[in-house]
Design a protein around this ligand. Structure first.
Ligand SMILES: *[C@@H]1O[C@H](CO)[C@@H](O)[C@H](O)[C@H]1NC(C)=O
Ligand SMILES: *[C@@H]1O[C@H](CO)[C@@H](O)[C@H](O)[C@H]1NC(C)=O
Ligand SMILES: *[C@@H]1O[C@H](CO)[C@@H](O)[C@H](O)[C@H]1NC(C)=O
Length: 321
């Protein structure tokens, strides 16, 4: 019986009116998108009227990472927490929230300890890290699928051209198309690998750049393939214009997204990539149609006229005149 009374008496003597009351925040989260991190600490019943009556200490794992001594107007920082700060002017309204750069933030349980003359108190806030994907999963899929589709369709065009227009093809041109196609394929695959997993980072931005920017090669390849295979018609010109439009849209989308940690211009980028893939598809279909018609109707201009022996004599050198 007696010990209990003593404990109760002691407790009311020590803490009854001498306790600062905090608004309890269990935890706060930050992500790759927070440039700085603020750990909230609100005291509800500050009575001090002068800042020199206040003392604030922030601790993590038992170590002081930040102190503010109101009487001396002096601030100290822990070793790895040089960017920590509070706003002294707000202390009198009870706000002792700690701010630091994201680079210095570590997850853990932070203790906010506030002293005001003879009253004091502390509260613990857990800082957590949350991983957020840069683009949404659906956007990720489309951003990767469209360029890969476009590259595959481009190989399809290459296939048609090499099979149907062998006689018309100069070795150099084939090699050029082949090298361009391979280069593009490799770059897009590397880009997709860098881009896909995870958060906004330099790595992912570079990956996105590698996926989007080189699709300009697709325009050149398609142009070459048209020249070799079907020559220019209003239809091929329309396809090329569509493809340039798609490229412009995707590059504009890229330049807007690349600086956004939570990108809102994803749809612009994706529609650009989608149009690029569509232009490749139209090109392939058109070539296929023309190629199958040419068996019965007229062969493409140069194919037959080009004398084979002249070709042999010039050892593979051929002039387009
Ligand atoms: C703290 O809590 C009180 C009451 O619950 C509320 O009125 C006050 O606005 C809160 N302070 C802050 C800074 O959130
Ligand atoms: C991180 O940023 C978000 C959005 O701006 C914000 O709501 C959140 O409070 C920040 N987290 C921390 C710990 O500062
Ligand atoms: C912080 O404290 C909570 C509750 O005591 C605990 O569940 C959690 O694991 C702690 N977090 C860290 C990072 O130590």
């Amino acid at each position: 019986m007696w010990p209990l009374v003593v404990v109760l008496l002691l407790r009311s003597a020590c803490c009854g009116s001498a306790q600062l009351i905090f608004n309890i925040t269990k935890s706060v989260e930050y992500t790759a998108c927070n440039e700085s991190v603020i750990i909230p600490c609100f005291v509800n019943n500050v009575e001090a009227t002068n800042i020199n009556e206040m003392y604030v200490k922030w601790k993590l794992k038992g170590k002081d990472i930040f102190t503010f001594n109101g009487a001396l107007q002096k601030t100290t920082h822990g070793d790895n927490f040089k960017s920590t700060k509070i706003i002294p002017q707000k202390l009198l309204t009870g706000i002792a929230s700690l701010e630091m750069d994201k680079a210095e933030a570590v997850v853990g349980n932070y203790t906010c300890e506030v002293t005001e003359l003879s009253r004091e108190g502390e509260t613990i806030i857990e800082l957590k890290y949350r991983i957020v994907s840069w683009f949404s999963p659906n956007e990720n899929i489309l951003i990767v699928i469209f360029p890969i589709l476009a590259v595959l369709l481009s190989w399809g065009q290459f296939g048609i051209v090499t099979i149907k227009y062998k006689a018309n093809l100069v070795k150099e041109k084939t090699i050029l198309l082949l090298v361009g196609g391979l280069l593009l394929t490799i770059v897009v695959i590397v880009g997709a690998i860098l881009f896909v997993p995870g958060e906004y980072s330099t790595k992912n931005s570079c990956g996105l750049g590698l996926i989007v920017i080189p699709t300009v090669i697709l325009i050149l390849l398609q142009y070459c393939v048209f020249i070799i295979g079907v020559w220019m018609s209003p239809f091929t010109i329309a396809i090329l214009i569509l493809q340039v439009l798609g490229y412009v849209l995707s590059v504009v989308g890229l330049s807007l997204c690349v600086s956004e940690c939570t990108p809102v211009h994803g749809p612009l980028l994706i529609s650009g990539l989608g149009i690029t893939a569509l232009a490749e598809l139209l090109g392939l279909v058109y070539m296929k149609l023309v190629a199958s018609n040419q068996k019965t109707i007229q062969p493409p201009r140069k194919a037959v006229e080009e004398p084979l022996n002249a070709f042999k004599e010039s050892k593979g050198m051929m002039n387009d005149e």
